[in-house]
Ligand binder design. Structure first.
Ligand code: PGA
Length: 263
């Protein structure tokens, strides 16, 4: 687990966007696992800028989003499909046929989940999975208590998650009760994972993820077990970590080694 602590939320978003852009530059047909949520907006702004100024093309990229609310139509402004279209897809050269989100209005939700897993497999698996984190430590909508080997399925949202997400709805009772989400096992299959957390309200969840025991009660903690996971934080999200000095030193040395190597 590589822990990167940037000075500001903007610098943290820059780091994440650069990681994605370098992948797409080296691998134009990369398979990206994408995330929604307020934390991701500045990342998509930076990806869009790079697409619009000609630095990269997303034309051959395929994407799989983590999750989608059950019972919310794709055309609704509350759907994650809508969020992705407006924040990223519509303003890039990406081929819409290669952008995937689970269909939360599918007649047979179980079959939809199985099909989603199949599509990821057919695409050759995910090269880089982008993740946010819930204040309860969830990744995707894998709420506390989720199996650490779970696959894509329907999950009931906790009271805390519904409360956190109510800021995007007119009234708290409008927040859906369930969502289709990639499972923890599905996420762990990605070849690289980049988790971005910014703001003080994520600090406790970040501490549990990085320094706590591996536990289904904090599903993000499973990333301790992933061979290639980056945890990118701003200072606020890092504010509850005990070993900040060690992470900063390790990162400084790593960057010095990399720059010597690249000379
Ligand atoms: P947020 O959501 O970026 O809106 O805080 C993160 C998440 O729940 O994964």
């Amino acid at each position: 687990m590589r822990v990167i602590i940037e000075k500001s939320a903007s610098d943290a978003a820059n780091f994440v966007a650069e990681t994605i852009l370098e992948l797409v530059e080296n691998r134009p047909n990369a398979v990206l696992g994408l995330a929604t949520g307020g934390t991701m907006t500045p990342v998509y702004e930076r990806l869009l800028a790079a697409s619009q100024n000609g630095r990269v093309s997303f034309q051959a990229v395929s994407t799989f989003n983590l999750d989608e609310y059950v019972g919310v139509k794709a055309s609704s402004e509350h759907s994650y499909r809508y969020f992705m279209d407006k924040s990223f897809f519509e303003s890039t050269d990406i081929d819409r046929c290669r952008t995937h989100l689970p269909d939360g209005c599918a007649e047979d939700l179980r079959a939809e989940c199985e099909q989603y897993e199949g599509l990821i497999e057919q695409a050759g698996g995910i090269d880089l999975q982008l993740l946010g984190i819930g204040s309860d430590g969830h990744i995707g909508f894998n709420e506390p208590g989720s199996s650490l080997s779970s696959r894509t399925r329907v999950k009931t949202l906790t009271k805390q998650t519904r409360l956190d997400n109510s800021r995007f709805f007119a009234a708290p009772e409008d927040v859906p009760y369930s969502a289709i989400t990639m499972g923890v096992g599905t996420i762990m299959d990605a070849r690289q994972i980049v988790l971005l957390a910014t703001g003080k309200n994520k600090a406790i969840a970040v501490r549990a993820t990085v320094e706590g025991p591996l536990s289904a009660m904090v599903t993000a903690s499973v990333l301790q077990w992933h061979p290639n996971a980056l945890i990118v934080l701003d200072q606020d999200a890092a504010s509850e970590l005990e070993n900040v000095a060690d992470y900063l030193t390790a990162e400084k040395i790593q960057r010095e080694l990399l720059s010597q190597h690249n000379k």
